[in-house]
Design a protein around this ligand. Structure first.
Ligand code: FEO
Ligand code: CA
Ligand code: CA
Ligand code: CA
Length: 596
């Protein structure tokens, strides 16, 4: 171990003051440079961003909206030259399109979207693959990069694994049940050991509208997933988002998508063996026996934590040999026992209740209805499982549980110990024998989140944690090369406490365990996504999502829209430029590892 800072913390930096204002703040001694903003050029021929006249064609050549997951795939092993992969989770039309929002009788009124605006939204979703390089200590985009790519709702993808070609994924446009266009609501994700980019499809239900034909066989399935939610207006222009016209289309979303970034023309694959849920992300680790283990959260109140263990083993010497590892393996769902042990229950057709009598005719049915399979197996209903991160240094796994205000007092259990859990918690798993493929393990609560100075909250940060150091709503997380845990939040922003979301360094070892320090905070209205460290720990990439957005906690900020009464125009602060989501690169001034 490196020499530890005061209190035994593994992190050495001067904490940022919690608070809220129009811009971001990083710990003293660090630079936080905006690297990529919504609309920025990704190719030599990308049109300049014109926020007053954005088009889908332009958007397809530019960085998308609401950056969430950030991954880094080194080129030739470099920590200073590689591919940045970024998910574009969703769109905020009221912040994107001028004139969409008006004030009528003092009330915010949002107009209907035109087809052109919907097309922009569809092109602003998906992902970005872009070459970046560090020059004289500063990161730059390489617009000539041969591997640069935008993935959107119109990108052709292939369903692969056990569900491919099944009747339940066939549509009028695709009689094969194998060819899908696009990916939706890509929240967190991952990079595999063989250097592919994983995009997790999360809240896909929001894109569908309309009603299933009466008595349709998918009614129960869709109810379990909240389909349709109708939050988007895409069905007004595209039949496939209208359940009355394309009843099977929702079964083609909610998957883990794998992208071979080394071939910009590759067809991304929806790896159905990993199940269909509102996938938060898919972070992975190679187990001692060479199998690869993916940890998966299903982000909904009372839903489950999963892991997937490949049948095959990882070949570090032959990238091609790994390319279909995700098509065969075992998906497990977690049962957290009251005594601190846990069991990983296999979701395998024919085993236990996953039978024809219960409506599962094959493994494809088990995977299409992953949630119902988990229900029947008696998995533990969690407080919104977000990022689940294996730590290769200490051998443990960290589960972010963001919150669940709907949990009642008679629904608490050891793994979800607080009723009306407004601030979330973090669970630490230790697989039996330190083997990530194990089907049993132990777990404990690392941290109950929230303000420790408010006794009834019941937070369990260490006494070393300052008033700036506590947080609520853990969402994304990262483990750096030194094995240290970093947690970013969604919903910590609160008018009453005058704080924003941010990135916190959380000790997991020794006397400092459960000590947290604030390293970076976002501008008003934003949430914190990413984070991701380069292999040399000298850069932390963070994603500032939906800056300037409104919502209940910020009435009068963010809404109505960027051209009136907005609290921030981050990161440009120009009258003719809207507030923009952006990825930020954090480096130590003068160079060196972060927080050491
Ligand atoms: Fe997109 Fe689970 O947050
Ligand atoms: Ca998330
Ligand atoms: Ca992560
Ligand atoms: Ca989030």
């Amino acid at each position: 171990d490196k020499a530890r800072a005061a209190g035994g913390s593994a992190f050495s930096f001067t904490e940022v003051e919690a608070g809220v204002d129009a811009t971001h703040h990083v710990a003293e001694g660090y630079d936080a440079d905006v690297l990529l903003r919504w609309g920025d050029a990704l190719f030599a021929d990308s049109p300049a961003f014109d926020p007053m006249a954005q088009t889908a064609a332009a958007q397809e050549r530019q960085f998308g909206y609401n950056n969430d997951y950030v991954g880094f795939i080194p080129l030739e092993g470099s920590s200073e030259h590689g591919l940045l992969v970024v998910n574009h989770e969703y769109t905020n039309p009221h912040l994107m399109f001028p004139g969409l929002v008006t004030i009528v009788d003092g009330k915010v009124k949002q107009g209907a979207l035109s087809k052109d605006q919907v097309d922009v939204e569809m092109a602003a979703h998906g992902g970005t693959v872009v070459e970046i390089r560090k020059v004289n200590g500063k990161w730059q985009v390489v617009p000539e990069g041969k591997l640069n790519r935008r993935i959107t709702v119109n990108t052709e993808m292939q369903l692969s694994g056990p569900v491919a070609g099944h009747d339940r994924v066939k549509t009028n446009a695709d009689a094969t049940g194998q060819k899908v266009f696009g990916t939706l609501n890509n929240c967190a994700g991952g990079v595999t050991p063989w250097g592919t980019y994983i995009m997790a499809e999360e809240n896909f239900h929001g894109y569908f509208s309309g009603e299933l034909p009466a008595g349709h066989a998918e009614a129960g399935n869709y109810e379990r997933y909240g389909v349709p939610e109708g939050g988007y207006e895409w069905a007004n222009f595209y039949d496939r988002f209208d359940l009355s016209k394309e009843p099977n289309e929702p079964n083609r979303f909610g998957w883990i998508v794998e992208v071979d970034v080394m071939d910009p023309t590759s067809v991304p694959k929806k790896r159905t063996a990993l199940g269909r849920t509102k996938h938060e992300g898919a972070e992975s680790i190679v187990a001692e026996n060479g199998k690869v283990v993916f940890y998966l959260g299903d982000d909904e109140r009372f839903d489950y934590v999963y892991k997937f263990v490949t049948d095959g083993t990882y070949n570090p010497d032959d990238r091609t040999a790994n390319m279909d590892l995700l098509d065969a393996g075992t998906l497990y769902v977690a049962k957290f026992n009251e005594d601190g042990t846990m069991t990983w229950l296999p979701l395998v057709h024919g085993q236990g209740p996953l039978t024809t009598e219960n409506g599962f005719a094959s493994q494809a049915d088990v995977l299409i209805e992953t949630r119902r399979a988990g229900d029947l197996l008696g998995a533990t209903k969690m407080d919104r499982p977000e990022d689940v991160q294996p730590n290769g240094v200490n051998g443990k796994v960290y589960v972010m549980l963001t919150n669940n205000t709907k949990r009642k007092a008679d629904q608490i259990d050891a793994a979800n110990p607080r009723a009306e859990n407004a601030f979330g918690h973090i669970i630490e798993i230790e697989e039996d024998g330190g083997d990530f493929t194990a089907t049993s393990g132990k777990w404990e609560v690392l941290l109950k989140c929230g303000d420790p100075s408010v006794a009834e909250v019941g937070a369990t940060f260490s006494t070393e944690t300052t008033k700036n150091g506590w947080f609520g709503m853990p969402d994304n997380c990262a483990v750096d090369a030194a094995g240290r845990l970093w947690v970013s939040t969604d919903g910590n922003s609160n008018k009453a406490t005058g704080r924003t979301d941010g990135l916190w360094a959380v000790d997991t070892e020794g006397d400092a365990r459960a000590t947290s320090k604030l390293f970076f905070r976002v501008p008003v209205g934003a949430e914190m996504c990413g984070p991701l460290f380069t292999p040399d720990d000298e850069t932390a990439f963070v994603a500032v999502q939906h800056p300037g957005d409104g919502g209940e906690d910020w009435d009068g900020h963010g809404r109505p829209s960027y051209y009136e009464d907005l609290s921030t125009r981050w990161p440009d602060f120009k009258d003719d430029m809207p507030v923009r989501p952006a990825v930020v690169a954090i480096t130590k001034i003068g160079g060196g590892k972060i927080a050491v």
